[in-house]
Design a protein around this ligand. Structure first.
Ligand SMILES: Nc1ncnc2[nH]cnc12
Ligand SMILES: [Zn+2]
Length: 336
């Protein structure tokens, strides 16, 4: 019953790396289409390689996997596959991240990447009535100067990009390293998000708030180590895009039974549920809801709160947010 309820619950996905939705089957198909050699003999061998002890273990494999993405059609097919799966999971709005530097560093033109994604977004709207938005993420292991160059390269498409983000290796690359480029992005009318407190300390979450002035925190788990920070995040209504199966696979939690999603809600944090890199972490967004519902005994009220938070934390206009929240409320009223 909870299974059906979770899939039927209207929801937004706010933390999804489109490169992390590359399923092994598509990796093989694109490798063949583009004549790219990959270091795996079979889909099973790829899946077996997805055992990670930390974020960096994962990132090494994730950046290698992205090498099969070469053309506009590849980015289109990748994103269409994600939108189809998300629609089946009850996602009605998706704010997807892409990492242009992972591709431009290999000589793939920025235009190929973004035009492929934009055409897939139009297709998702036509096929599923799903709305979507693009978040352009800077790789934090690279320099701020390189992030500036990426922002510059994106200029012709800025109307189509909703936000900038900050991802990749967290520890050693604090948010303050990107203070000026985030200020420039804000000046160009973009929203701001940053991964913080996934592996990095609570201080990185504070920097994301105080130095970058982000609109959302991606992950934020380690905020829980700092009571004053938790109180502030709750008071400011800051959205956290939490990713339970990612947290399990990257050893942010040892067991899914230890996941703090209900503790976050109990402390008044605006937590949401997301899949992060679903092809690598073993599940799309509904799988993430199911995993924590089962492991932490979340009832329908908690699940509906998480779904409502996904809309209130989105970059949709207020009227669209209200309409989506009303649909969640109607579903709860019908179930009562
Ligand atoms: N969970 C994650 N943390 C940091 N960078 C990422 N890039 C893709 N997934 C990521
Ligand atoms: Zn992420």
């Amino acid at each position: 019953m909870t299974q059906d309820f979770i899939a039927a619950l209207p929801k937004a996905e706010l933390h999804l790396h489109i490169e992390g939705s590359l399923e092994p089957e598509l990796m093989f198909a694109l490798a063949a289409r583009n004549g790219v050699a990959i270091p795996y003999a079979s889909v099973e061998e790829v899946r077996a390689a997805y055992a990670f002890s930390n974020l960096q273990d994962f990132l090494d494999i994730y950046y290698a996997g992205a090498d099969v993405l070469r053309t506009r059609a590849d980015f289109h097919d990748l994103a269409v596959a994600y939108f189809d799966r998300a629609a089946a999971d009850g996602v009605v709005h998706a704010e997807i991240m892409f990492d242009p530097q992972t591709h431009t560093a290999r000589g793939i033109p920025f235009a190929e990447v973004i035009e492929g994604l934009l055409s897939a977004m139009a297709e998702a709207e036509a096929r599923h009535g799903m709305t979507s938005a693009l978040i352009m993420s800077f790789l934090r292991h690279l320099s701020e100067e390189e992030a500036f160059a990426t922002l510059e390269e994106a200029t012709p498409w800025l109307e189509r990009i909703t936000a900038v983000g900050l991802d990749s290796s967290e520890v050693g690359h604090p948010p303050e390293k990107f203070a000026r480029v985030f200020a420039a992005a804000r000046g160009r009318g973009l929203k701001l998000v940053a991964h913080a407190g996934e592996e990095g300390p609570p201080e990185y979450v504070r920097q994301a708030l105080d130095v970058l002035a982000v609109d959302r925190i991606d992950h934020g788990n380690r905020s829980l180590e700092d009571a004053a920070l938790v109180e502030r995040l709750a008071r400011e209504g800051m959205t956290l895009t939490v990713c339970p199966l990612s947290n399990l696979k990257l050893c942010v939690v040892d067991r899914i039974e230890d996941h703090p999603i209900d503790a976050m809600l109990a402390q008044g944090l605006r937590a949401t549920i997301n899949s992060d890199d679903p092809a690598y972490f073993g599940g799309y967004v509904a799988d993430n809801y199911r995993a924590v519902a089962a492991a932490r005994g979340l009832d329908r009220h908690a699940l509906a709160t998480l779904a409502r938070n996904s809309f209130t934390g989105s970059f949709l206009p207020p009227d669209a947010i209200a309409a989506h929240v009303a649909r969640v409320d109607a579903m709860m009223a019908a179930a009562a």
